[in-house]
Design a protein around this ligand. Structure first.
Ligand code: NAP
Length: 298
């Protein structure tokens, strides 16, 4: 058996195309476009590159896009004041603070300061609470879990009644994803097992999974004989396993032994080119959603 590869880059391109059309329609109807501010503190090279990608994508969709870069010596109070100013700015519908922040700034305080109705990352406790309630209560889904759900649905994977095993319980991926896929409703309604380092027999749980989602950050953790034949395998892990002298770039690998897993799985995401591009597409989708909500006054 050779698994069908889920092309996250192509799917995300299709979603961005849909959003571009929606933004043009918004502009035509209201004269407004979605506004997104990305706040970058300091010059961490990985953060600079992530922010550049977000800014490029937002611009290409026709957003009002603000990149607000501040020195690493900004005080916590100054940063909080900046966030309050963007909370009050009617042209801004989404506020992103690129993490990590310098040590002298309390990340939790900063994330709490963002207006939950502009929290397009979906990390604010209010939005995580809304996610837990589900249905109409949901405002923003966190971007990586939302991207994974969208990948599964658009790839035709049946989630209704499926056995889903999630490996990893972080607040940004594993935990919210487990809740989302276990909700009652379309594109969910699965029976979800959330596993972690305290799980007794991880292999046995994985072998039961119709949908196996690896988000542990451990290269090669998921062995091919842990995969149920024909299962959908979503590899969220992004691990630097070497450096390519020729390209000057890090060599990335997921949590799944990809080449071997392809012989057993029915569907699989590659790393890179699987979940990663979907995360950015979902961020843009959340911003467009936020803009519509603000325009409609809800
Ligand atoms: P994290 O905060 O690093 O936590 C890792 C989780 O995996 C923890 O819950 C940990 O269990 C569990 N874990 C670690 N080793 C394990 C093992 N041997 N067996 C079972 N569980 C294990 O997680 P994260 O921030 O969600 O990141 C996970 C991976 O996803 C990383 O490689 C990250 O780079 C990648 N990621 C990718 C994207 C994307 O857009 N593509 C987005 C976010 C993250 P305990 O709780 O027991 O410690």
């Amino acid at each position: 058996m050779s698994a069908r590869i889920i092309d996250g880059a192509a799917l995300s391109k299709a979603i961005l195309e849909e959003l571009r059309t929606e933004v043009a329609e918004m502009k035509q109807r209201s004269g407004k476009v979605p506004g997104l501010v990305t706040i970058l503190v300091g010059e961490n090279p990985a953060s600079v590159s992530y922010v550049a990608r977000k800014v490029r994508t937002a611009s290409s969709l026709g957003f009002h896009e603000v990149q607000d870069s501040r020195g690493a010596d900004i005080t916590e109070e100054e940063l909080l004041a900046l966030i309050r100013a963007y909370n009050a700015d009617p042209e801004i519908h989404g506020i992103l603070v690129q993490l990590p922040l310098p040590r002298h700034i309390d990340e939790h305080r900063v994330l709490l300061a963002i207006d939950p109705d502009k929290d397009v990352d979906g990390f604010h406790p209010v939005n995580l609470g809304r996610l837990l309630i589900g249905g109409e209560a949901v405002t923003f889904l966190p971007c990586t879990p939302a991207g994974i759900q969208e990948l599964l649905v658009r790839s035709g994977v049946e989630l209704n009644g499926a056995e889903v095993v999630v490996v990893g319980r972080s607040n940004i991926v594993g935990k919210p994803l487990a809740v989302m896929l276990g909700q009652k409703g379309a594109g969910a309604n699965a029976t979800v097992t959330l596993t972690h380092t305290g799980t007794k027999d991880l292999a046995a749980h994985c072998r039961r999974a119709d949908v196996l989602i690896a988000a542990a950050g451990v290269p090669g953790l998921i062995r091919p004989d842990w995969i149920k034949p024909g299962a959908a395998v979503i590899d969220v892990g992004v691990n630097r396993v070497g450096f390519n002298e020729k390209t000057g770039r890090a060599i990335l690998a997921g949590d799944v032994d990809f080449a071997e897993a392809c012989k057993v799985a029915g569907l699989i995401t590659p790393v890179p080119g699987g979940v990663g591009p979907m995360t950015i597409a979902m961020l843009m989708k959340n911003t467009v959603r936020s803009a519509w909500k603000h325009l409609r006054g809800i």
